[in-house]
Design a protein around this ligand. Structure first.
Ligand SMILES: Cc1cc2nc3c(=O)[nH]c(=O)nc-3n(C[C@H](O)[C@H](O)[C@H](O)COP(=O)(O)O)c2cc1C
Length: 265
């Protein structure tokens, strides 16, 4: 079994995306998989010009032969890992350029032919952490378009990085053990993705998750001090506002808790 990891960081192997990808692949390799990494910084994919060529049918890019080769490399893998940095609450442009040009022989969502290969998406929001779920939603929309079988999305921030790195080996093994599971129909494809909890997150859910994750990160570091107590109090206030039906007040409090946590981190 061959697993391909795509690293979308322009910092190639010096960024957090690579750190997570390397741990995932180490786990996969330990479970018997053959692994390979595709660094988009080496590829410098061009943006799609919408030239009108029938690339979805022909599976080639007449503007950039390397794009056709990238599609072939992705098609040749039995499972996919995609690690993308979060820039401005989205997967970065290098990753988006890849997304636009990949063509698989099984076709996009509307074609009946299936491959059912497993895929795992990682979004690395190494700054404030915000945008990590919108980026994951974008990555998983692309997985859905190409009919991959999703493993649960992995949000990575400075606050949970160590925990993710610890779990990454077992996630890599899970990817190997997942195997191919083609979809029976489009309805099964769509509902499979909609059932992934993080794909339903809105902005407020994200700030609530971030504030909680910062608290957990402090606890993990063994620093449950006054700052953590204050963050917990803010979270409890936000939850009370939400329970009382004050959605705007709760959102404001979650965002404030996130900012206070960020400052303390
Ligand atoms: C233009 C730009 C925009 C960014 N936007 C965000 C953001 O929205 N949220 C965040 O948490 N971090 C943001 N970051 C920080 C990156 O997510 C962080 O540097 C991450 O570690 C990049 O991945 P890498 O280490 O694999 O290169 C941004 C960085 C750049 C350069």
């Amino acid at each position: 079994m061959k697993i391909l990891a795509i690293v979308g960081s322009p910092r190639r192997d010096r960024g957090l995306s690579e750190r997570v990808a390397a741990r995932l692949l180490a786990g996969a390799s330990g479970a018997g998989a053959q692994t390979e990494t595709l660094y988009l910084s080496d590829e410098q994919p061009e943006f799609c010009r919408g030239c009108g060529h029938s690339c979805f049918a022909e599976l080639d890019c007449i503007q950039e032969p390397e794009a056709t080769e990238r599609s072939a490399a992705i098609e040749a893998a039995d499972a996919l890992v995609l690690c993308a940095p979060v820039y401005c609450w989205q997967p970065n442009g290098l990753t988006a350029a890849l997304f636009d040009k990949v063509r698989l022989s099984t076709g996009p969502w509307r074609d009946a032919s299936q491959h059912g290969k497993p895929a795992l998406g990682v979004a690395v929001a190494g700054g404030t952490g915000s945008g990590v779920f919108t980026a994951l939603q974008s990555i998983y929309a692309w997985f859905c378009l190409w009919k991959y079988r999703p493993l649960p999305p992995v949000p990575v921030t400075r606050f949970n990085l160590e925990a993710v790195l610890e779990d990454a080996g077992s996630l890599g093994r899970a990817l190997v053990n997942a195997g191919r599971r083609p979809y029976g129909n489009t309805g099964e494809l769509l509902t499979t993705y909609d059932a992934l909890p993080a794909l339903r997150y809105g902005r407020v859910d994200e700030f609530r998750w971030l504030a909680r994750t910062i608290v957990q990160g402090f606890e993990r570091r063994g620093q449950p001090d006054a700052r953590v107590a204050s963050l917990r109090k803010m979270l409890a206030e936000a939850e009370a506002l939400a329970a009382a039906g004050d959605a705007v007040g709760a959102a404001d409090k979650y965002a404030a808790a996130h900012l206070a946590g960020l400052e303390a981190w």
